[in-house]
Design a protein around this ligand. Structure first.
Ligand SMILES: *[C@@H]1O[C@H](CO)[C@@H](O)[C@H](O)[C@H]1NC(C)=O
Ligand SMILES: *[C@@H]1O[C@H](CO)[C@@H](O)[C@H](O)[C@H]1NC(C)=O
Ligand SMILES: *[C@@H]1O[C@H](CO)[C@@H](O)[C@H](O)[C@H]1NC(C)=O
Ligand SMILES: *[C@@H]1O[C@H](CO)[C@@H](O)[C@H](O)[C@H]1NC(C)=O
Ligand SMILES: *[C@@H]1O[C@H](CO)[C@@H](O)[C@H](O)[C@H]1NC(C)=O
Ligand SMILES: *[C@@H]1O[C@H](CO)[C@@H](O)[C@H](O)[C@H]1NC(C)=O
Ligand SMILES: *[C@@H]1O[C@H](CO)[C@@H](O)[C@H](O)[C@H]1NC(C)=O
Ligand SMILES: *[C@@H]1O[C@H](CO)[C@@H](O)[C@H](O)[C@H]1NC(C)=O
Ligand SMILES: CC(=O)N[C@H]1CO[C@H](CO)[C@@H](O)[C@@H]1O
Length: 481
């Protein structure tokens, strides 16, 4: 993704150097163009949801005794495991949470029945979920887009922090409706993003985004959302004076009035990209058993938002030949799904080992779909004609990578909240920069369209509204204590 973006601004001389890499990225973009929508009936869609969100209050939390959200995500294929009592079912509860839960086993909210039985209690939680009344229990990933005049939450002109690739309006995109859609879950409302409140929540803390350029997209959205609450622009700055470009890998923006930082670290795979010798040749490898080097900077964050997905369909990762490395061994062949699972497991162990459960909230964002139609990214694939969201009765493909991520997360001892944005973003064929990912008139080597990233303001603002929802609903529970 980063390479794709960079290629837009490459000088012709440098282009030759990179052309090999560029051509290799075609494959994954092509795959993305294939997997966008399956036109299946809607009967499976909203009403009976297959997963459960539980917010539980524990005495560990977020620096100062705040609430930890325990989110359980049984996959569609495995709904029965909810009724079992075993370590994996409750694997995301930390020890304190477990003890409290056991102590409180006989207290059931609906009041009608008292259960002295863990497994029954779990069933009760499941049925409560289906009713989905309270916002903290609501499945916010199922819903529809509604037109809302009060959006966007900030403007491109006001927020100068957006880099060129996402500045669709500044680059001349004429329509504005794509900024005006609000995500409406079927069974509850999302709170409107309140930048002041969000800044209060992260006062004195570090909010850190880690991942590929899609996470940079979300991070820039967060900067702009928060920036809208600051009157004096001088009181928000990059701590090393860096300007946001596609090239640099790390940024830390300080919001002086709140003594907090909003940071971004680029890593395409979360694990370490290295080199090794295979048959006398030095080749690039992916150390699926070693965490990315920038992990030293992730430590100590108060909120971490991870993602990885898009580079795993890159040709090298996909072919898996002499690419994946564990210890000294470079696998002659390993399929991408297995490698992805091992890499995520490496990430999961790192989180479990280095992230203190009470202090840090951890999120993992599911993959964001792209919408190339009629070709690949460099062969006329386009999305420029998408001016409205797709109908919510369409059923979006849910990539295997997300299922693997869910499974890995389920096994972790840290409570990781999945930002499940795949489907809601899948409707937003209108949300991509298309030809407005660069300044008008700027020469480009191809007539390419960017149908992978997202315009700002735009869809990533909603990803951040989900993040806000989870952080904020955690706090609400605390105030009840
Ligand atoms: C989540 O678990 C806690 C602790 O057992 C319980 O009090 C609460 O009602 C549950 N919430 C939901 C939404 O099931
Ligand atoms: C958290 O709560 C525990 C017990 O309720 C208390 O002992 C501890 O001091 C609190 N910690 C903070 C940082 O408030
Ligand atoms: C995320 O959303 C997709 C599609 O809406 C759904 O199939 C999947 O089960 C959800 N995953 C979780 C963990 O909620
Ligand atoms: C659950 O975990 C505990 C401690 O982590 C362990 O002693 C016990 O054997 C585990 N039980 C199962 C069924 O795995
Ligand atoms: C457990 O019960 C105690 C006392 O009834 C209550 O204060 C606490 O909030 C409960 N904890 C949970 C997790 O429900
Ligand atoms: C707990 O529930 C299970 C399944 O519903 C049942 O077999 C078991 O006897 C119950 N145990 C207690 C102590 O009620
Ligand atoms: C946003 O939050 C702040 C601080 O909590 C509050 O004073 C303000 O009224 C809120 N704004 C809106 C529009 O709700
Ligand atoms: C979505 O599809 C439904 C059923 O086919 C239809 O009634 C509705 O008008 C459509 N909505 C939009 C926005 O096209
Ligand atoms: C973690 C990380 O990548 N840190 C780098 C951030 O950028 C500065 C300057 O470019 C480097 O010195 C750091 O090593």
């Amino acid at each position: 993704m980063e390479i794709l973006q960079r290629s837009f601004s490459l000088k012709p001389t440098r282009f030759l150097v990179f052309s090999f890499t560029i051509s290799s990225s075609c494959i994954f973009l092509f795959i993305f163009s294939l997997l966008v929508f399956q036109h299946t009936p809607s009967s499976l869609l909203p009403h009976v949801s297959n997963f459960q969100i539980n917010t539980t209050t524990t005495s560990v939390g977020f620096g100062r005794n705040v609430t930890v959200s325990i989110v359980k995500y049984p996959s569609l294929r495995d709904t029965t495991h909810l009724t079992r009592l075993d370590n994996s079912t409750w694997g995301t509860l930390d020890l304190v949470g477990k003890k409290q839960l056991l102590r409180n086993i006989s207290e059931v909210e609906d009041g009608s029945t008292k259960f002295g039985n863990f497994s029954k209690r779990v069933e009760v939680l499941t049925s409560e979920k289906i009713e989905g009344k309270k916002s903290s229990e609501c499945d916010v990933s199922h819903g529809r887009w509604v037109y809302d005049e009060s959006y966007p939450l900030y403007t491109n002109r006001f927020c100068q922090l957006i880099d060129e690739g996402f500045s669709c309006e500044a680059n001349g995109r004429p329509d504005r409706d794509y900024m005006k859609w609000r995500w409406q879950p079927y069974h509850c409302d999302l709170p409107r993003f309140n930048a002041t409140k969000m800044l209060e929540m992260i006062r004195g803390k570090r909010l850190v985004f880690v991942g590929d350029s899609m996470n940079r997209n979300q991070w820039e959205s967060m900067l702009c959302l928060l920036r809208s609450a600051i009157k004096d622009p001088k009181r928000v700055y990059e701590t090393h004076g860096r300007r946001i470009t596609k090239e640099k890998g790390n940024y830390s923006f300080k919001f002086l009035d709140y003594k907090c930082t909003v940071e971004y670290y680029v890593t395409h795979f979360l694990v370490h990209e290295g080199k090794a010798r295979v048959k006398q040749k030095r080749v690039q490898t992916l150390r699926i058993d070693a965490i990315d080097r920038s992990s030293s900077r992730w430590k100590g964050a108060d909120i971490l938002v991870f993602n990885t997905a898009h580079w795993w369909t890159h040709y090298k990762t996909k072919s898996g030949v002499n690419y994946y490395q564990e210890g000294d061994q470079v696998h002659p062949y390993l399929d991408a799904s297995t490698a992805f699972r091992r890499a995520l497991t490496t990430w999961a162990s790192w989180v479990d080992k280095h992230i203190p459960p009470g202090k840090t909230k951890v999120f993992f964002r599911s993959s964001a779909p792209s919408h190339f139609r009629g070709g690949q990214w460099n062969s006329g694939g386009h999305c420029k004609d998408g001016l409205k969201p797709l109908n919510d009765t369409l059923n979006a493909y849910y990539p295997e990578k997300n299922l693997i991520a869910e499974e890995v997360i389920k096994e972790m001892s840290t409570a990781v909240i999945l930002l499940n944005i795949t489907r809601l973003s899948g409707y937003r064929i209108d949300g991509h920069p298309s030809i407005y990912g660069k300044k008008p008139g700027k020469p480009s080597l191809y007539t390419v369209q960017d149908c992978s990233h997202w315009c700002l303001p735009g869809v990533p603002d909603t990803w951040n509204e989900l993040l806000y929802f989870y952080l904020q609903s955690g706090r609400k529970d605390q105030s009840k204590m």
